[in-house]
Design a protein. Structure first.
Length: 376
């Protein structure tokens, strides 16, 4: 407002000094334009009114020789110019005020929305953290259950091998002795006795086989490769599936928990091949890299139906209980599981990381360096 007052004073002085010219009082619109930067609209109206009054006062200073019509027209033009500038300025101010009001409202809505999104994000982060903790707890529980399962299998296998199987073997031996001592019995009784001896021996062999399947002693004594070769030979003899085990001769022992995990995965994979694939062959490859071991089990069967693969959408655990169990075992070591299947067969690939141990481990013994469990 001070600048506008100064301009008004200058223009008024010029109007008094040069009353015959149009330019001085035409400059009254300048202070009006200056007031447009003022936040208050009444400043513009006040300055426009003051300039109008000064134009009217300037008429008194006109010399009498000037034509009153021309003077009146010029002064009216100056007043019109002032109020046109004032009205345009007021309209612009009104629009600017509405714009700023709308902008403030938009900023307020944006701030409220931002606060809502921040709250939602915090809730989502908390929910994700809770879910992550739940998944970690579930993974730990699953790992603990798998460990308990393997421990219980080992215990049951030892109990069957050391007690029940031995008792059956003793029963079969006693029956054989009775058979030799009872030469005067009727032939029918001797036949029943011989049949009973055979059944006892068969039960003893079956219990021994179940014990080895639950937990093969070779896995602890000779290592993963020997246990896998023995198990593959057993599956081949029972199912007529030709199974190839491809392992490098210099393959060394792995940590016991990883060897147990890989053996269980091979067991489950061969069970799936036997039950579902209809493949005449199977191939097991075990590769040891730097800090990880890769297991690949491949068959040439009918594969997993495409509609089932599409339905699960890459979720391996949805392909069946067997693969879900494999995935749970792999997760315990932060490993990876990949299943590729088509009409020409299925390939299950497992990658399990592990820490290289500082001491040298001896290579797994080959089958001819260990006893055949079936002969024990």
């Amino acid at each position: 407002m001070a600048l506008a007052a100064l301009v008004i004073a200058v223009v008024f002085v010029l109007d008094l000094a040069l009353p015959s010219l149009l330019v001085p009082y035409s400059l009254y619109f300048v202070p009006v334009m200056i007031t447009l930067w003022s936040p208050r609209r009444e400043h513009t109206v006040l300055v426009a009114s003051l300039c109008t009054a000064l134009i009217a006062i300037g008429v008194l200073a006109l010399p009498p020789r000037l034509d009153p019509w021309i003077v009146g027209f010029n002064r009216l033009f100056g007043v019109t110019l002032i109020w046109v500038a004032a009205l345009v300025g007021l309209l612009l101010k009104g629009r600017e005020a509405k714009f700023h009001e709308a902008l403030r409202e938009l900023e307020g809505r944006l701030q409220r929305r931002t606060n809502e999104l921040t709250t939602i994000n915090e809730e989502l982060r908390k929910e994700i953290a809770d879910r992550q903790r739940a998944e970690d707890s579930l993974r730990q529980l699953s790992g603990h259950l798998l460990h308990l399962q393997d421990t219980e299998r080992r215990r049951i296998a030892r109990e069957l091998h050391d007690t029940t199987a031995q008792s059956l073997a003793a029963i079969a031996l006693n029956l054989s002795r009775i058979e030799k001592l009872s030469t005067q019995m009727a032939p029918k009784v001797l036949d029943i006795l011989a049949e009973t001896v055979g059944m006892a021996e068969q039960c003893s062999r079956e219990l021994r086989t179940i014990s080895y399947l639950l937990h093969p002693p070779l896995l602890e004594e000779a290592g993963l490769v020997s246990a896998v070769r023995w198990y593959a030979d057993g599956v081949s003899s029972r199912t007529r599936i030709q199974i190839t085990v491809d392992v490098a001769p210099e393959f060394r022992r792995l940590p016991s928990d990883i060897e147990t995990t890989l053996f269980r995965i091979i067991q489950e994979s061969l069970t799936n091949i036997t039950r579902h694939s209809g493949s005449p062959t199977a191939r097991i490859r075990i590769l040891r890299g730097s800090g990880e071991v890769v297991l690949e089990v491949k068959d040439e069967g009918k594969g997993i139906p495409p509609e089932k693969l599409q339905k699960v959408g890459g979720n391996v655990s949805g392909l069946g209980v067997g693969l879900a169990g494999i995935w749970e075992r792999v997760r315990q070591f932060n490993g990876g599981l990949e299943v590729n299947s088509n009409s020409q067969g299925t390939t299950v690939t497992v990658v399990v990381p592990f820490h290289e141990e500082s001491h040298e481990q001896t290579p797994d013994q080959t089958p001819d360096q260990t006893k055949n469990p079936d002969r024990r």
